[in-house]
Design a protein around this ligand. Structure first.
Ligand code: CA
Length: 143
């Protein structure tokens, strides 16, 4: 969840409070088609990419400032990347959205919106017989 209130202190798990950048990536599952709004509020700059396309641009040096974009979405899996950087002073970022899926209320993009099972791990099938050993591998290299 990309949700850090602006603070001059270090974020939990971060080593410094100034001069750093972060990138979050994942796949959102849009369950209901329709018109959505995505917003990035950040100090300093941030960007949201959807399907590799810059969708919300909140770049630049500034205090907590919000930028938002409306997009029409189908029911789909939506690859997203959020980029952020902090120079000095306060640092914070909030990634929110609203649309049919949220009853048109702004809410933080959280785990329930992410498609955790998008990249399913396939269990390999058991081989029917052992693969033949490579004879060359057993031999010491001839010199
Ligand atoms: Ca700042």
């Amino acid at each position: 969840m990309v949700n850090y209130r602006s603070t001059t202190a270090k974020w939990a798990g971060f080593k410094q409070s100034d001069y750093f950048a972060a990138r979050w990536s994942g796949v959102m599952f849009i369950r209901q088609k329709g018109n959505y709004m995505f917003a990035l509020k950040s100090d300093d700059g941030s960007k949201l990419y959807m399907n590799k396309k810059l969708t919300v641009n909140n770049d630049g040096l500034h205090g907590m400032r919000s930028q938002s974009t409306r997009v029409n979405l189908r029911r789909s899996y939506l690859p997203i990347i959020v980029e952020f950087f902090e120079k000095t002073g306060g640092a914070g970022i909030e990634f929110t959205f609203m649309g049919p899926q949220t009853s048109n209320k702004m809410k933080n993009v959280g785990a329930s919106e992410m498609a955790a099972n998008y990249f399913k791990v396939r269990t390999p099938e058991s081989p029917k017989k052992k693969p033949a050993k490579k004879k060359a591998a057993a031999k010491p290299a001839a010199r």
